[in-house]
Design a protein around this ligand. Structure first.
Ligand SMILES: [Zn+2]
Length: 410
C-alpha cells in the first residue's frame, strides 16, 4: 500500500519518494511510488495533477489493493531511486475548497431539515449533492446556504484523525462509514463529523463563499448544484460583468433590469398584436384587389397569381379569404425568395382552392398538373397544396388554367 502524504497533510505539494514500479500501459506509463502526495480519483473527488521528476502526471488512480498509480506519458524517463513529485496546488486547493464546502453544506441541511446527503459529485466546473428530500422550497435552500456560510465566517478548525469501529460508533457521524477499523474522520469543530478520505482545508474560512446555483427535483431527491471559494468568486464576477453590460445596454441601473425587461416584453407583445392586425388588414385588401382584377370564366372568377418569396402561411391566408367569398377559384404559385427565386431555382409551391359553391376537385386538379410538371401534392376537394421545381411554376399555373377551363366548359 502506498503511504498517502495528503492524509496527514493536505497542504504538502512537494515531496520526495522512492520509485517502486513502472509499467507501460498503452500510451501511458503507470508509476508506483512508496509514498505520494497525489490524490487518486475517489470518494467523489477528482485526482490531482502535477509532475513527477518533471514529467506531467495525467491521471492518478487507486488499485483494488490500495496502491496509488500515477499515469505519465509513455515516453517519460524516470531516474532510479528517489524522485521529486510536485502537486498542482491551484487545482488541489480548489478541490479542497469544494470538498470541505460539501461537508458544511450537507451538515447544514441535515441539521435544519433532516435532509441527508445521499450523493456527492465534484466536477471540473461545479459540484452537486443529492438530498433525500424533494420538498425543500426556495426559502429552505436559502437558509441552508445561510447556515453553511455562517460556519465559514466562524472560521472553525477542520481536523482529521484515524479511529477504529468502536470509536467511530461513539461519534455523531453524518453517515455510517463504508470501511471498518481504519476509519478517517474529518471533524469541523462542533459542527460536522464525517468519515472521509478526501482532502480538506484546515479552517472553514478557507472555503470562502458557498453558493447554491441550481436546485433540481429528481424523484424523491433534490440535487443542489453549488460553488465554493474561487469558483464562487469567478461565478460572481461573470454574473457581475453580464448584468452590468445588460444594464449599460439598456441605460438603467442593475436593480432596474427586471422592470425594464418586463416593460420590453409587454411592448413586444403589444407590437406583435398590432402587426398581426395590420397583416390581417393587408391580406383582406390584397384578397379584394386580386379578386376584382381576376377574369371571369363563366360564373366562376379565377384568380391566378405567382408569388416570389412570400411566406406560405400568408399565401394560404390569402387563398382562404378569397375562397370564403362565393364563386372563386385560386391558382397560386409560390417561388422561393432571394437569389434562388430570382434565378428560378429551388422548390416551388402550388396552392389551389375554391369556394364552397364552385364545383370541381382541387386535389384532382393539382395532382393532374403535378403529373405533367413532375411534382407532387395532396389535399381536399376544396384546397390542395403541392410542390414542383420553381422553374416549372409558370407552366403549372398555365396548365391548371387550361384544365379548369375544360372542366368548367363541361
Ligand atoms: Zn470529505
Amino acid at each position: 500500500m502506498t503511504e498517502r502524504l495528503y492524509d496527514a497533510d493536505p497542504y504538502c505539494t512537494r515531496f520526495r519518494a522512492r520509485l517502486i514500479e513502472t509499467q507501460t500501459l498503452g500510451n501511458r506509463l503507470a508509476v508506483v511510488l512508496d509514498r505520494t502526495a497525489f490524490y487518486p480519483t475517489g470518494g467523489g473527488q477528482p485526482h490531482d495533477t502535477g509532475t513527477l521528476a518533471g514529467h506531467p502526471v495525467l491521471e492518478v488512480v487507486e488499485r483494488a489493493d490500495g496502491t496509488v498509480v500515477h499515469m505519465l506519458p509513455a515516453d517519460s524517463t524516470l531516474p532510479e531511486g528517489e524522485l521529486e513529485g510536485v502537486v498542482d496546488w491551484p487545482r488541489r486547493f480548489d478541490h479542497m475548497q469544494q470538498h470541505t464546502g460539501q461537508h458544511i453544506l450537507s451538515q447544514a441541511f441535515a441539521q435544519l431539515f433532516q435532509a441527508d446527503t445521499v450523493g456527492f459529485h465534484l466536477s471540473q466546473s461545479y459540484s452537486t449533492i443529492d438530498l433525500n428530500r424533494n420538498d425543500l422550497g426556495e426559502e429552505e435552500i436559502a437558509s441552508g446556504e445561510m447556515l453553511a456560510n455562517q460556519i465559514v465566517f466562524e472560521d472553525r478548525p477542520v481536523s482529521w484523525r484515524w479511529v477504529d469501529t468502536a470509536e467511530a460508533r461513539q461519534l455523531p457521524l453524518r453517515k455510517p462509514p463504508t470501511v471498518h477499523d481504519h476509519i478517517r474522520v474529518v471533524h469541523i469543530e462542533g459542527f460536522d463529523w464525517s468519515a472521509c478520505g478526501g482532502t480538506h482545508v484546515a479552517r472553514t474560512g478557507a472555503v470562502g463563499l458557498i453558493k447554491v446555483t441550481h436546485t433540481e427535483r429528481r424523484g424523491a431527491e433534490t440535487r443542489l448544484t453549488f460553488l465554493c471559494g474561487g469558483r464562487a468568486l469567478r461565478h460572481y464576477a461573470a454574473l457581475h460583468t453580464l448584468t452590468s453590460r445588460m444594464a449599460r445596454q439598456l441605460t438603467v441601473a442593475v436593480d432596474e433590469l427586471p422592470g425594464v425587461v418586463q416593460r420590453l416584453q409587454d411592448e413586444a407583445r403589444r407590437e406583435r398584436k398590432a402587426r398581426e392586425q395590420l397583416q390581417e388588414k393587408l391580406v383582406e385588401y390584397e384578397a379584394a384587389t386580386l379578386a376584382c382584377q381576376a377574369p371571369q370564366m363563366g360564373t366562376v372568377r379565377v384568380i391566378v397569381q405567382p408569388f416570389i418569396g412570400r411566406v406560405l402561411q400568408e399565401v394560404r391566408q390569402l387563398a382562404s379569404r378569397i375562397t370564403a367569398q362565393p364563386g372563386n377559384v385560386v391558382l397560386f404559385g409560390l417561388a422561393p425568395g432571394g437569389t434562388e427565386g430570382a434565378t428560378g431555382q429551388g422548390k416551388g409551391q402550388l396552392l389551389f382552392a375554391r369556394s364552397e359553391d364552385v364545383a370541381g376537385d382541387m386535389r384532382a386538379l393539382l395532382q393532374e398538373v403535378c403529373r405533367a410538371v413532375g411534382g407532387s401534392g395532396g389535399g381536399s376537394p376544396t384546397m390542395a397544396q403541392g410542390g414542383c421545381d420553381a422553374a416549372r411554376l409558370a407552366e403549372a399555373l398555365e396548365r391548371a388554367q387550361t384544365l379548369l377551363r375544360r372542366w368548367l366548359a363541361n
